[in-house]
Design a protein around this ligand. Sequence first.
Ligand SMILES: *[C@@H]1O[C@H](CO)[C@@H](O)[C@H](O)[C@H]1NC(C)=O
Ligand SMILES: *[C@@H]1O[C@H](CO)[C@@H](O)[C@H](O)[C@H]1NC(C)=O
Ligand SMILES: *[C@@H]1O[C@H](CO)[C@@H](O)[C@H](O)[C@H]1NC(C)=O
Length: 461
Amino acid sequence: MASVHFLHHVCVGIVLISLGHSAKYDPNWDSLDSRPLPDWYDDAKLGMFINWGVYTVPSFADEWFWYRWKGPSGEVNPAIVKYMKENYPPGFTYQDFAAQLKLEFYNPKRWMKTILKSGVKYIVLSTKHHEGFTMYPSKYSFNWNAMDVGPKKDLIGEMAKAINGSGIHFGLYHSLFEWFNPIFLKDQENKYTTQDFVFGKTLPELYEIVENYKPDVVWSDGHWMAPSGYWNSSTFIAWLYNESPVKDTVVTNDRWGSDTMCKHGGFLTCHDRYNPGVLQKRKWENAMTLDRQSWGFRRDASLEDFFTIEQLLKTIITTVSCGGNILMNVGPTPAGIFSPIYEERFTQLGSWLDVNGPAIYKTKPWTYQNDTLTKDIWYTQSKATPAVVYGFFLEWPKEPFLLFGAPKSTRFTTVQLLGYSPTLQWEDHPHGGMIVSIPPIPHSQMPCSWAWALAFSYLDN
Ligand SMILES: *[C@@H]1O[C@H](CO)[C@@H](O)[C@H](O)[C@H]1NC(C)=O
Ligand SMILES: *[C@@H]1O[C@H](CO)[C@@H](O)[C@H](O)[C@H]1NC(C)=O
Ligand SMILES: *[C@@H]1O[C@H](CO)[C@@H](O)[C@H](O)[C@H]1NC(C)=O
C-alpha cells in the first residue's frame, strides 16, 4: 500500500510541475512583453488609485514633501521649509511625522462603499512611496512601517481582506527606489555596479507583497534612477508571470527601470496623466489625479484644484476611446477617510456609469476615435458581434440635431440615446455620415446630466 501511495503522489507531482511550466516567460523584455494581458484588465477600464504615506500627516504641498524639505538645495521648496519653521520645533524630523500617522477613522468597509458606488473595477493601493515607509509590516523595513510606528496596523492586509470577494480587483503600488536610503545611496555612489539595495530591500518587498496580498496589479514606480538591469526587475516579472500565486490574473505597468518606461512590461503608463488623444498600438493607462496638484491629500487644496465631473468624464471618454484605462487618484486624509469632495466625484461617476457603463466597460476602440465633422464626439464599440458603436457627446447640442461624419448607415441602422427608451430619428448626411435628431427631453427624463452616449446599431463597416 505504502508504495502505491508513493507512486500516486509522484505522478500528481509531475502533473503539477508540467502545468506550472506551461506558459514560460524568460527574464528578458522580448519574452515578458509577449505575454497577453489577462482580459479582465482591458474590460475594466476604470480604476481607483489610492496614495498615502507618512506625507499624509503634514498633508501639505504633495507626497514629495520630505525630498522638497531635506533634498538637494536645488530641489527644495521654500514654502515647505517655511511651513516647518513656523509650525514645528527646531529638532523635528520627517521620521517624527510617522509616529503622528494615525488614520484613526480608517475603515476599509467604508472605503469599499465608495469604491462600489464609483463603478471602478480595480484599485491600486500604495504599499510604499519613495520615502520608504511601508504601509504593512514588511520584514525588510524595520521600524519604518505602519505596524511598528503610527497606526500599528497592517493597513494593506485590512484592505485586501475587505475587497476580497467583491469582484473588484486589488492592485498594489510600490516604489523601487527610496530617496534617502543609505544602502541605495551607496549603490548609486558605486554607479549601480553593486545591488545591495535591490537584493536586500526592493526585490524582497516585491515578493513579500505578492505572496501576502495576492494583488492583480503590481504598479511599479521610482524606476528612473537606474536601468532595469540594476533593479533585476525582469527576474521578478518572470516569476510573477510563471510561478507567483497570481500568475494567471496579474498585470503590471512599464515602470521597471530607466530603459522600460513607455516600452516594456504590461500596460504602458508613459508619464503621469498620459492621455495621447490618438489610438495607441499597445494597451496603456492614464494615471491621473482628481486634485491637479498632488497624489497625496492636501489640507490646503481649494475646490477649483479638483477636476469637475465634466472634466473628469471628458478625460475618461477620450482615454477609453483611444484604448486606454484610467486610474483616478484619491489621497486619503490624515484621519484615514476619503474627503467628501472625492466621495462626491466618485459617486457622480458611478451614477453616470449606471447609465453609460455599456459604452465604457468591455468596449474597444472603433475605426474612428473622434468624429470627422463635429468636435468632441468620441467613439467606442462593444466587443460583441455585430458591434454596437457608441458616440459620446460632451455638450447637449443647441440645435435639435447632431452631425456625425464617421458613422455610415445601413437600412437596418438604429440610434438610441443610452438611458432613454425611444429610438432617435436620423437621416443620411448629404456629404456622408448621419444627421441624428436630438429631441427636447423633459428634465425628469434626461438619462444623465453631463455627457451622453448614442448607441448606433448595424452600421456599415
Ligand atoms: C479571499 O477569500 C478566499 C475565500 O474566502 C480565500 O481563500 C483567500 O485566501 C482570500 N484571499 C486573500 C488575498 O485574502
Ligand atoms: C538577478 O538577475 C540575474 C540576471 O538575470 C539573475 O541571474 C539573478 O538570479 C537575479 N537575482 C535575483 C536575486 O533575482
Ligand atoms: C480628433 O482628435 C484629433 C486628436 O486629438 C484632433 O487632432 C482632431 O482635430 C480631432 N477632430 C475633430 C473634428 O475634432
